[in-house]
Design a protein around this ligand. Structure first.
Ligand SMILES: C[S@@+](CC[C@H](N)C(=O)[O-])C[C@H]1O[C@@H](n2cnc3c(N)ncnc32)[C@H](O)[C@@H]1O
Length: 276
């Protein structure tokens, strides 16, 4: 499948908000550049009018110029090798690519070759999810990873002792990448499929559900995640802004969950709940 590269020339103050807005329009990966932001979307999901509308929204606040180019299939590994630095979470987790050397000071070494999937730990939401996971007990637990991207959250759960992790994503390339990453990290307990929550057997029960997606999907699906949790099971969510946290919290409480923890990083938020 061919991709479109959208190059935005914009102040660094606006790259986060534009990343979130473009993710809502189906853009799959983002690279911050000296000029601003490059965003990538499949040709089928590209809609120049939607881009124009989005940029018009910010026009009165900042100057934004853009350029669109069509990319033939390219070597995403080479792209990432140029841009990808390892990241560290709470002095316990280090996420690196296979071309970085391992650092034995970290308890959990995660190797992610991201290609086109979201989830290298570089995004605040992923880093917060990983940090929330460090506060949970995964030993012999069953885990569900909704919107698994690279599979990074599933991999940490597996490395922390989970017995089984079911991960899924709507995007084929994400599923392929999560498969590869699960193998690369020697995590045979991870199963990945392409699809949505509706394909998860409602009779299944999970001790932990991880969902780093977005506000709208979470609001629609939190009742389903809750029904899939074991008694005292945990739901950890992210992918939304601080100003949406109250809506997410209200939906979770209505579904029978108890609030446990709140984390914020820049304007992004992650919440943890426990089933009653
Ligand atoms: C913000 S990324 C998170 C990826 C990874 N879990 C992480 O924490 O870095 C959200 C992922 O959810 C997927 N996604 C979006 N809507 C979805 C849905 N309704 N069901 C399953 N996956 C979805 C996207 O394709 C994307 O890979």
């Amino acid at each position: 499948m061919n991709y479109i590269e959208l190059q935005l020339h914009v102040s660094p103050d606006y790259t986060d908000i534009l990343t979130a807005e473009l993710a809502e329009l189906g853009y799959e990966s983002f690279v911050e550049t000296d000029e601003g932001l490059n965003a990538y979307v499949t040709e089928t999901d590209f809609n120049e009018e939607a881009v124009q509308e989005l940029l018009d929204k910010y026009d009165s606040q900042t100057a934004i110029a853009y350029q669109v180019s069509s990319l033939e299939k390219r070597n995403w590994n080479a792209e990432w090798e140029r841009d990808y630095e390892p990241i560290e979470v709470a002095s316990q987790v280090r996420v690196r690519a296979s071309f970085h050397k391992m650092d034995a000071r970290f308890r959990y070494d995660i190797v992610i070759n991201p290609k086109m999937s979201f989830g290298t730990g570089h995004h605040e939401t992923t880093a917060m999810m990983l940090e929330q996971q460090l506060n949970l007990d995964f030993v012999e637990k069953a885990v569900l990873d909704v919107g698994s991207g690279t599979g990074i959250l599933a991999i940490l759960a597996a490395k922390m002792g989970a017995e089984s992790v079911l991960a899924f994503d709507i995007e084929e390339w994400a599923v392929e990448n999560a498969h590869e990453n699960a193998e690369l990290n020697d995590c045979p307990q991870i199963t990945v499929f392409q699809g949505t929550i509706s394909e998860v057997d409602p009779a299944n029960r999970y001790h932990v559900v991880l969902a780093n997606i977005n506000r709208n999907v979470l609001l629609a699906e939190i009742p389903i995640y809750t029904s899939l949790l074991t008694e005292k099971g945990y739901l950890v969510v992210s992918g939304f802004y601080e100003h949406d946290a109250s809506d997410i919290q209200q939906k979770s409480t209505e579904s029978g969950l108890i609030f446990v923890n709140h984390m914020t990083n820049r304007e992004w938020t992650s919440l943890m709940f426990q089933k009653n």
